[in-house]
Design a protein around this ligand. Structure first.
Ligand code: PRP
Length: 212
């Protein structure tokens, strides 16, 4: 039987996802706790893990080099890849919000928005009927309004600490985010039984927490 390959997001989601897989009864080796390896084979479980940048997880799954993946809804909305979402894992709760310096209004002519999520931000402001210029940054988005690069940011808020520590306030909440189990459509057809077994096992350990 061919092994299943799962693309895991390095960083914040990783630890929670590993805990969940372990709770679901998958025996994962110590490399999961402390390693810089990018591919981890777990022959005992007939599984193979690819440790990816979170934004790249749906890309690996769409191209079929990973059968399954764990990806934040933020990444799914931004990337719009041709994959199926099988489960809301209810981990890594956060939300996307518009934030900026307190007591400021957006520039009336071509307000500027900094974000790691250009597609989500463009469609949000389009729906609001506002014309904005999106400036794509790759991290530390909160800097942008402080140094006068943009009027607002669109970014992830989890605890709210980063906004607070940088003197920014939230203006609008765009969408709540949790992590999802995603699958390549062809893998889902061909390896249906094994994948469904994983869905069932993970489904049993999901704990739905109230949204903050
Ligand atoms: C994310 C996000 C915010 C922060 C929010 O950044 O972009 O900056 O976390 O979390 P908080 O509300 O709990 O403070 P991340 O740490 O992933 O790094 P980045 O700035 O490189 O995107």
């Amino acid at each position: 039987m061919k092994e299943l390959t799962i693309a895991m997001p390095k960083g914040r989601i990783f630890e929670e996802a590993v805990v969940m897989l372990k709770q679901a009864g998958y025996k994962l080796p110590p490399e999961f706790d402390d390693s810089r390896k990018l591919i981890i084979e777990v022959p005992e479980e007939n599984l193979r893990f690819i440790l990816a940048k979170p934004m790249d997880v749906p890309t690996y799954v769409e191209h079929g080099v990973a059968d399954l993946g764990i990806a934040g809804k933020d990444v799914m909305l931004e990337e719009e890849r041709d994959v199926y979402e099988l489960l809301d894992l209810h981990i890594s709760h956060c939300y996307l919000a518009v934030a900026g310096l307190p007591n400021t209004t957006m520039n009336e002519v071509a307000p500027r928005i900094a974000t790691k999520y250009p597609n989500v931000a463009s469609s949000y402001f389009r729906e609001q009927g506002e014309q904005v210029e999106i400036i794509k940054l790759n991290g530390s988005i909160e800097i942008a309004p402080i140094i006068g690069l943009t009027d607002r940011i669109v970014d992830i808020v989890s605890t709210g600490q980063t906004l607070k520590d940088n003197g920014l306030v939230e203006y609008e909440r765009i969408v709540d985010i949790t992590s999802r189990l995603i699958v390549n459509p062809v893998s889902y057809r061909i390896q249906h039984e094994r994948i469904q077994e994983m869905v069932d096992r993970l489904g049993q350990v999901i704990s739905v927490k109230p949204v903050k």
